[in-house]
Design a protein around this ligand. Structure first.
Ligand SMILES: [Zn+2]
Length: 344
């Protein structure tokens, strides 16, 4: 997820997104109308787009305000790909990096985290449209039913919003919030943002307090890809990269932990697929010169951040910017001018 999983995931509260999206749409229409948006990539030399996706939702399934991981309705996902097909030649990520000095605009499709819906919902669309993609897998979650801590926390917020009373009281107490604090999506996102700054131990401790011993997720269906799905996707032409072993933010870890995360996840994927793995996406998009050096030493050749932008010949292949489609505003139909603005 931009997650920790949501990288530079927008932390804009959902309650403010409608006004924000109206403003963005207005700005987009004005710039598109002036023709300036289309000129920018040509002027900057950064012509190519690496698109970032995370989860894909079943058609018609609404966005969960208590899940900070970006997700797109299957129809919106297809609409974005159709839009991209009209503007770019879509190629595998490794090919885009290899050909990034050419002037014709290329695009690559990437998924972070390794969610099961990438197989169930995204793969059929990709196969039908004959498009390549790369999935960055959190190897410690392969075959897992328990989501990331952000979704576990979101479950407690959802429960409090649904049941009110005791559940809300318990959550406020565990979070140290005043009784008057609304346990709404804005509060959830603020809590996620604050918890990203904590150490693993501190966050786990708080999560235990919030869960109060109960674990409704225990019986949840598997939500991450398993080994066979990974192999089948590879047979369909999908390529894979590492998203580390535990999805930890690498810039907050000591060098030996960074090395272990990078090397163990690489080895696990190589043992599943029987091919060399040399692509990586930094969890939360966070990297530093030290982390990039560690990635290079571990044998990675290509690594993606969540810095927003198109890419060109001058970019370090171990620090590539990407573009996140407008998932928060894609609950209904996608506004083409907004899409042009995002992919500018
Ligand atoms: Zn992630």
């Amino acid at each position: 997820m931009p997650d920790e999983s949501t990288g530079k995931m927008p932390v804009t509260p959902v309650s403010r997104s409608t006004r924000g999206s109206r403003i963005r749409r207005g700005v987009a229409r004005a710039l598109v109308g002036m023709g300036l948006v289309a000129l920018w990539p040509v002027v900057s030399g950064c012509r190519h787009a690496i698109l970032t996706f995370h989860r894909i939702r079943e058609p018609g399934r609404r966005l969960d305000p208590f899940d900070s991981c970006p997700s797109l309705d299957c129809h919106a996902f297809r609409a974005i790909l159709e839009h991209a097909q009209g503007r770019f030649v879509i190629v595998p990520l490794a090919e885009l990096v290899q050909r990034r000095s050419q002037s014709a605009p290329l695009a690559a499709i990437t998924f972070d985290d390794g969610w099961r819906d990438n197989y169930d919902l995204a793969l059929p669309v990709l196969r039908e449209m004959r498009l390549p993609a790369t999935v960055f897998v959190t190897t410690g979650k392969i075959g897992a039913s328990e989501p990331f801590w952000q979704q576990v926390l979101g479950g407690r917020f959802r429960e409090a919003a649904r049941d009110g009373g005791p559940a809300a009281g318990r959550l406020r107490e565990a979070l140290g919030l005043a009784e008057s604090t609304a346990l709404d999506p804005r509060c959830y996102r603020a809590t996620v943002a604050a918890w990203k700054q904590l150490s693993h131990d501190e966050r786990d401790e708080r999560l235990r307090r919030v869960a109060g011993g109960g674990s409704p997720e225990a019986a949840a269906p598997r939500c991450f890809l398993d080994e066979e799905e990974i192999r089948e996707m590879a047979r369909c032409g999908i390529t894979f990269g590492s998203h580390t072993q535990s999805h930890t933010i690498l810039t907050r870890q000591p060098p030996e932990a960074v090395e272990a995360e990078l090397c163990e996840s690489k080895r696990r994927l190589e043992s599943i697929l029987g091919v060399a793995i040399d692509m990586l996406a930094y969890p939360n998009g966070d990297c530093s010169p030290q982390v990039i050096g560690a990635a290079r030493r571990a044998g990675y050749r290509i690594a993606c951040t969540t810095c927003r932008g198109r890419t060109g010949p001058g970019d370090d292949p171990l620090g590539l910017p990407r573009i996140e489609p407008p998932w928060e505003t894609a609950g209904g139909s996608l506004d083409p001018s907004l899409l042009r603005w995002v992919m500018r």
